[in-house]
Design a binder for this molecule. Structure first.
Ligand code: SAH
Length: 339
């Protein structure tokens, strides 16, 4: 719901200030509409239903994968596409930790042009507002409880940090603590520095993808502007201040960044001899979700070998489960098709 419009509408009616909080609490608890807000006068509920659309987003498509992943394609009020994903993990005896993790978009399209990414191939449209970010989360909250959030949908969150942080401030009301919220970046240094100063204990995730400057610039042209060694400097300063381990995202591309020497080079980059190093970074190896780009994902075996090489050199690594492959769940895939 457009929270600014809500405030204006309440103010225009001369409503007391606690009304906005009441409305938000109900929305964050996952109710379906204003009629459920029983501590609000009926006339007010009716007026809000007319004046303030319950969501700033319209669901255009929703798809469920066999593994329980749900992906929603939304349109903003001005018709801009964006998407968000709910990932359900199994409950404890089945192996998972039962988490319900949502993956949110911060922009419609993306101004960066990572060559393997479907969103990167799309036109940049605009930043999303805090309300448009929250409405993605509320959409899934209305379906079930949620407890983790990653900004790994469309867009670069650090290019829209005011709105992202405003949304993060409210996520705990939906059940998602700051510690369970991760902001993923290509390495936009001014944004990393702002997050370092920010009081909220959010998790930083860095999309690294290549330990070598030249290869990284090929995959992620933003590396020309903020080269990897400077980005890692900003990450080290972040860790020194926040003492929160940084997740390094590494998408596994066959024959491009998955060789043994490249794993060793990555460990040299992440684990220099200082005492903090082993705790500072954890690598998440991401199986590539095929897009219309020429890239192919590394085989399971290549990913396992890469992980073993990292661990052999003292860097902790996990392989991300592939989720929702049958529904185009990778960053931007659905919206790019719709566009
Ligand atoms: N702009 C931010 C957040 C959005 S992308 C960032 O780059 O971190 C979230 C993650 O998904 C990034 O690590 C990105 O590189 C990765 N990604 C993009 N396309 C992918 C694909 N087709 N398969 C697997 N991971 C992909």
């Amino acid at each position: 719901m457009d929270l600014q419009l809500l405030d204006q509408t309440l103010a225009a009616r001369g409503e007391p200030r606690f009304r906005a909080t009441q409305v938000w609490r109900w929305a964050a608890a996952g109710v379906a509409g204003y009629e459920a807000m029983t501590n609000l006068p009926k006339a007010l509920r009716e007026e809000l239903a007319k004046e303030v659309p319950f969501s700033s987003l319209e669901v255009r498509r929703e798809m469920s994968a066999r593994d329980g992943t749900v992906k929603a394609l939304f349109a903003t009020a001005d018709g801009r596409p964006l998407e968000a994903v709910l990932m359900r993990y199994r409950n404890p005896p089945g192996g998972g930790d039962g988490r319900r993790s949502i993956c949110l978009s911060s922009q419609s399209g993306c101004p960066l042009t990572c060559t393997f990414c479907a969103t990167g191939a799309m036109r940049f449209v605009r930043n999303l507002s805090a309300s448009e970010i929250l409405d993605q989360a509320l959409h899934f909250r209305r379906q079930e409880r949620v407890d983790h959030c990653v900004f790994m949908g469309m867009g670069e969150p650090l290019l829209n940090l005011d709105a992202v942080l405003a949304a993060c401030e409210r996520l705990p009301d939906l059940g998602i603590s700051h510690r369970r919220t991760a902001i993923s970046t290509v390495g936009w240094i001014p944004g990393i520095e702002r997050l370092t100063e920010c009081e909220l204990p959010l998790r930083l995730a860095l999309s690294l993808h290549a330990a070598d400057e030249a290869l990284r610039s090929e995959l992620m042209p933003v590396n020309e502007r903020y080269p990897l060694h400077e980005v890692l400097g900003a990450c080290r300063a972040h860790y020194a201040r926040k003492r929160r381990r940084i997740f390094v995202e590494y998408v596994m591309l066959a024959g491009v960044n998955d060789r043994y020497e490249q794993a060793v080079a990555l460990t040299k980059l992440l684990a220099p001899a200082d005492a903090d190093a082993p705790r500072m970074f954890k690598v998440n190896l991401i199986p590539f979700n095929p897009t219309s780009s020429p890239f192919k994902g590394s085989s399971r075996e290549a990913i396992a070998a890469f992980k073993a090489a990292l661990e052999e050199h003292g860097v902790q690594a996990t392989v991300r489960l592939t989720r929702g492959r049958d529904i185009d769940a990778a960053c931007g895939q659905l919206a790019a098709k719709a566009a």
